[in-house]
Design a binder for this molecule. Structure first.
Ligand code: ATP
Length: 322
């Protein structure tokens, strides 16, 4: 996979605040990567570093092979960015807004109509942005980020304000862009909606990268249990005790349903044992650890690892009331 973004040992301090500390990762073509972390973890700072809006205190950032802060303007025009709090001139129409950003990106106005169509705003193209709903402004923001067919898209909290149907449209749109080879990094707090949509997850905590991998890889590292739940057939109620007597750990949920938390290596054996000898099973659920649970696990681990380290930045942040 060709790397489009490479961060190597990147740190960024704002005076006494260590917003990002020694972070390295690379992003490839045709990849959707989620960047997740608590408020103040350093996500926006990382995105600003990739955009070249700020420069690292230490380490190197490369976007399409160049330093985004000092490299050729051509690199920046191949980057699309949707900021966290998107805000447009309310007096301009949707078409005028995209025409304005197209001129800034030297992309020409040719794609404006198609982009508005693609994000479902064709009908509102000639209305002033002040009349748009929050979700419509967010979609206009996405269209703005797509000007010039960027090879790299950096999206900060992109689904804020979108209703469930618009969110689905948004992710299927990202799938198309990924299939065309774009690199997409999205920062988000909406963990459950990222499952099955992001190819990879990077978790940051207090400015440090604490995990980086596919959901399966993170599950393998975290070794959190998988929940297995069996529901016995109506005539199988008496078998509940047989299941429980074979493997300690099964707990009754209600009359006919039993549940167990299985370590990854015990999963299959537990399932076999639960359905052995013709025990009448009506239904079966196997729920691997969710991204929410993995996130909590890695944040906790990071908290233990960094105990006693310099948290001056976080103190300052708390004092600032963020
Ligand atoms: P959120 O989820 O709340 O948007 P985030 O993960 O995007 O948070 P950042 O905005 O990157 O976090 O902030 C990381 C840390 O750096 C915070 O402690 C923040 O207060 C600090 N910080 C960010 N920008 C500046 C700045 N320009 N000057 C001083 N401190 C800053």
């Amino acid at each position: 996979m060709t790397a489009t973004i490479e961060l190597s040992g990147v740190s960024k301090s704002f005076g006494p605040i260590h917003a990002v500390r020694d972070v390295s990762f690379s992003l490839g073509e045709g990849e959707i990567v989620a960047l997740v972390g608590h408020n103040g973890a350093g996500k926006t700072t990382l995105i600003k570093l990739m955009l070249g809006l700020i420069r690292p205190t230490a380490g190197t950032v490369r976007v399409l092979g160049e330093d985004p802060a000092t490299g050729a303007a051509a690199v920046r025009t191949r980057l699309g960015y949707l900021p966290e709090n998107v805000s447009f001139n309310p007096a301009l129409t949707g078409t005028e807004t995209l025409a304005f950003y197209s001129a800034l990106k030297r992309a020409g106005r040719g794609q404006v109509g198609g982009l508005l169509e693609r994000v479902g705003l064709a009908g509102a193209a000639d209305r002033r942005v002040r009349t748009y709903s929050k979700g419509m402004r967010q979609r206009l923001g996405l269209a703005q980020a797509l000007i010039g067919q960027p090879r790299v898209l950096l999206l900060d909290e992109p689904t804020t304000g979108l209703d469930p149907a618009s969110r689905r449209d948004f992710y299927s749109f990202l799938d198309e862009l990924r299939a065309a080879g774009a690199t997409i990094l999205l920062s988000s707090h909406a963990l459950s909606e990222l499952e099955g949509r992001a190819d990879r997850v990077i978790i940051v905590g207090r400015g440090v990268k604490v995990a980086d991998g596919t959901l399966d890889e993170l599950r393998g590292i975290a070794r959190l249990p998988t929940r297995i739940r069996v529901r016995l057939a109506p005539d199988g109620k008496d078998h509940a005790e047989r299941i429980a007597s074979r493997d300690a750990g099964w707990r009754p949920v209600n009359g006919r349903t039993l549940e167990i938390n299985a370590a990854p290596e015990d999963k299959v054996a537990l399932l076999r044992s639960a359905v052995a000898d013709g025990i009448p099973i009506a239904d079966l659920d196997v729920t691997p650890p969710t991204l929410d649970e993995l996130y909590a696990h890695f944040q906790d681990t990071e908290g233990q690892d960094t105990e006693g380290q310099d948290t001056e930045g976080q103190d300052t942040e708390r004092e600032a009331g963020r």
